[in-house]
Design a protein around this ligand. Sequence first.
Ligand SMILES: Nc1nc2c(c(=O)[nH]1)N[C@H]1C(S)=C(S)[C@@H](COP(=O)(O)O)O[C@H]1N2
Ligand SMILES: [Mo]
Length: 330
Amino acid sequence: MFYFINQSYIGGKMRKFTENDVTPEHIFFERRKLIQAMGVMGAASLIPNIAQANDDGRKVLSFAKDNNSQSLVLTPENKVIGYNNFYEFGLAKEMPAKYASAMKTEPWTLRVEGEVEKPMTFDVHQLMKQLPLEERIYRFRCVEAWSMVIPWIGFELNKLLALVQPTSKAKYVAFETLYDPETMPGVKNPFFGGGLIYPYVEGLTIEEAMHPLTLLSVGLYGKTLAPQNGAPIRLVVPWKYGFKNIKSIVKIKLTSEQPVTTWNQAAPQEYGFYANVNPTVDHPRWSQATERVIGGGGILGIKREPTLMFNGYEKEVAHLYKGLDLREYF
Ligand SMILES: Nc1nc2c(c(=O)[nH]1)N[C@H]1C(S)=C(S)[C@@H](COP(=O)(O)O)O[C@H]1N2
Ligand SMILES: [Mo]
């Protein structure tokens, strides 16, 4: 069935998807066309079930509260766990909440290797008990020009890297998501997975990785992550576009060369390695000057706000890019 749904997106031809191809509106209408053609499914299945997103099995965490959140208005929890991008589980925003619960997130091992003195394999649930957890309320800006404010829970990536001791040759950090065709329909079937190459891979420079804002998140809204948000452990880099925030990480590798990353490989002219939020550098096919605030109310439920340089974290991170042409290194 998913094969056919996706065939309708691509008009029978194999092509790569871009993030903007998969707005919910787009998918809704494509899917309606298909279902009318097939004449087999009820109308109820057309309605995205954001309010009923699967919240089973999330455990309450203890953590230090964020007292530094600049009075940001939080996105409602049902939106955070119900409106997702996790293409391993399908392209539409409501699909991860429906299908990601099939992923087995416990036990979970995280391998950290490469240019480090002490390569290590961590039991992530042990790690969550060992490292002190803290809340970080961050802005989140997807390259598709929508945004949220999310109360993450986790620890700074630099705390984990300190345990493995990067060598002087470590210039980049590469991250890899679980690869499991059995539980991930988008990995098993390229039509369902948007034609991306899996496993999903992302990367940072070592300076970005060591920055105190860069978080490994294990929870949000006081509880462990839902599978659709990248349980049990995912990256959060608040000044970069959402696709850098790789989910369900099984491997971290420190390297001397810049890693090949999933979206950059799929469409290098559209998704740069840096992917810093920048309202003055538009995506080739749409403006990045403003953003749609998810759950923000507004006229007809659409509230737009100006996008901020480095997503509002300019003061903290601009020094990382001194002398770099941000148009060329987007
Ligand atoms: N493995 C993996 N990680 C991923 C993605 C993905 O498809 N697969 N999507 C990215 C994109 S485009 C966004 S916007 C964020 C969405 O995170 P959220 O669903 O928790 O809000 O996850 C990012 N991490
Ligand atoms: Mo995104």
